[in-house]
Design a protein around this ligand. Structure first.
Ligand code: NAD
Length: 494
């Protein structure tokens, strides 16, 4: 690994603190889409004057440019952003996106979604988001490492990264490897800081990561959708049976979120009948084996041509397949006014951030389609990031203190039962029942608890206020009420 100290010393670049107003655009911007949803929810609330404006405003947006020395010795200027949407709770928290199209508005919109998401699932953070404007595939691994370390330094030099200030995580185009580079750079920059590991989440386990983080968003999508599918009245309205078993699923995007979601739905007994990726989309009514598809993609560099699956005309076509559950897990603006009338799913689970525009979402709701909104359904990632942050601050692995104690207690109870009944419990059943919870079990349990509780909070709001209300509006009501409560307690607003 290159030395961050040497690299970053040369790279202090001009900072531009931008105005809070999002850029004016011909079409409705991503930020405006989010704010439209917020406004719709706020109509149901009685907020003090000025509070809604503060809740919606992006508190800080920082744009910076820094030079990258490419492998051939040439210099390229890299453009990047970090937005801290709300400081009503600290630290701010949100992923870093590497994408060719990312811009200031997108980063602000995503940061605001993080604020609402964290409030909704009771994760005590404000919302943040970062973006680096690069097409990742155009850079070597060494160049990506330099970009990541430079970006970290840019954040550090502006006090925009740290366990109590702002804590990044993975997002589109980034994963544990990039988070490992970030924590390594932070440790180099703050060697005496006891809690340096807590300045970023989504790290590899050996760098302070937590078991279960890499699949957490997809796992959360599964838990949240399963809970919705367990409501008999809701399923009856949609003409579906309860449970995940036997449901047909279409997934767009087989990255971190989409692939793990696909695996959990498959394990839960669902049939994946359609998949869309960057290079095209495929359909098989009999079901697509996800592990075999991934092997095929690795060998041929495409999902198209997977044996037994029909290739569809283009990558967007899979979205229009008839199915029970559609999971857009790639990017925003995938279901819009243009294609919404052709969507034939009964449930849309927004695994990505903003995949359904507010206009398209209203249209789906009018047609009776259940939309499980992004602020709720993809909150598993930040939930487990919260657990990772807690682990880093406590400096102890979950389960380390109590696992053996639990195991001994459960074994004792089982042995007592054997003695009292005179029967012997089979070895595998004994081992299963006496198992003490380890880190992976505890993280999974905390994630399941969070997603189930959040779903019922949203459902309660919908049922109490207006049974015709969409779940997105109910989620925003839930989130805004919690944020407003913090501001009221601070005494800023009358
Ligand atoms: P990723 O980069 O790991 O995967 C995205 C996948 O989508 C890639 O495989 C890419 O090839 C594919 N893709 C891109 N454009 C596509 C298109 N037009 N059609 C089909 N496939 C396309 O990213 P990710 O981390 O899985 O994030 C995906 C979405 O989920 C983003 O909106 C992100 O903000 C959101 N999200 C991610 C996390 C997380 O923990 N990573 C948490 C919450 C929300």
């Amino acid at each position: 690994m290159s030395s961050p100290g040497l690299a970053v010393a040369l790279l202090i670049s001009p900072l531009r603190l931008l105005e809070r107003n999002p850029p004016v655009s011909q079409t409705i911007s991503f930020s405006d889409q989010v704010n439209r949803n917020v406004d719709r929810a706020a109509k149901h609330l009685d907020l003090p004057p000025g509070m809604l404006d503060q809740i919606k405003a992006c508190n800080t947006l920082c744009e910076f440019n820094f030079p990258l020395v490419r492998d051939d010795g040439s210099i390229e200027v890299i453009r990047a952003w970090r937005a801290e949407h709300s400081h009503h709770k600290l630290p701010t928290k949100g992923g870093i996106r590497y994408a060719a199209n990312v811009d200031a508005d997108e980063v602000m919109a995503l940061a605001s979604l993080m604020t609402y998401k964290c409030a909704l699932v009771d994760v005590p953070f404000g919302g943040g988001k970062g973006g680096i404007k690069i097409a990742k595939w155009q850079y070597s691994d060494a160049e990506l490492e330099r970009i990541t370390r430079h970006y970290t330094y840019q954040l550090y030099s502006r006090n925009m990264i740290g366990p109590g200030t702002d804590v990044p995580a993975p997002d589109y185009g980034t994963g544990p490897r990039e988070m490992g580079w970030i924590v390594d750079t932070c440790r180099a920059l703050m060697p005496d800081r006891l809690n340096a590991a807590a300045c970023v989440t989504g790290k590899p386990i050996n760098h302070g990561g937590v078991r279960g983080r890499s699949g957490a968003t997809g796992r959360g999508v599964f838990f949240g959708t399963r809970e919705a599918c367990d409501q008999a009245d809701e399923m009856k309205r949609l003409g579906l049976s309860t449970g995940i078993e036997g449901k047909t699923v279409v997934i767009q995007g087989l990255g971190n979120v989409g692939l793990s979601a696909a695996r959990f739905f498959e394990q839960g007994g669902a049939r994946i009948i359609g998949v869309a990726e960057y290079e095209g989309s495929i359909h098989s009514p009999k079901g697509i084996d996800i592990e075999r598809l991934m092997v095929h993609r690795q060998e041929t560099e495409s999902i198209v041509g997977f044996p037994g699956a029909e290739a569809l005309p283009d990558r967007a076509s899979a979205l229009e397949l008839e199915c029970d559950i559609l999971i857009p897990a790639a990017l925003e603006n995938q279901i819009t006014a243009e294609n919404v009338d052709r969507i034939r799913a009964k449930i849309v689970a927004e695994a990505a951030n903003g995949p359904v525009t507010s206009e398209a979402s209203e249209s789906l709701h009018r047609r009776g389609v259940m939309v499980l909104p992004d602020a709720f359904i993809n909150a598993g990632g930040v939930t487990v990031s919260y657990f990772e942050w807690l682990k880093n601050l406590s400096h102890v692995r979950f389960g380390r203190l109590d696992k053996r104690f639990e195991q001994a207690t459960f074994s004792g109870i089982l042995k007592e039962i054997e003695e009292l009944t005179g029967k012997t419990i089979a070895d595998d059943a004994f081992a299963r029942m006496s198992h003490g919870a380890d880190e992976a079990d505890l993280v999974d349990s905390g994630l399941e608890e969070t997603m189930i509780n959040a779903y019922h909070e949203i459902l309660k709001i919908q049922r109490q206020r207006d049974s015709a209300m969409d779940l997105r509006t109910a989620s925003f009501i839930c989130a805004i009420e919690k944020i407003a409560k913090v501001y009221l307690e601070l005494g800023i607003f009358p």
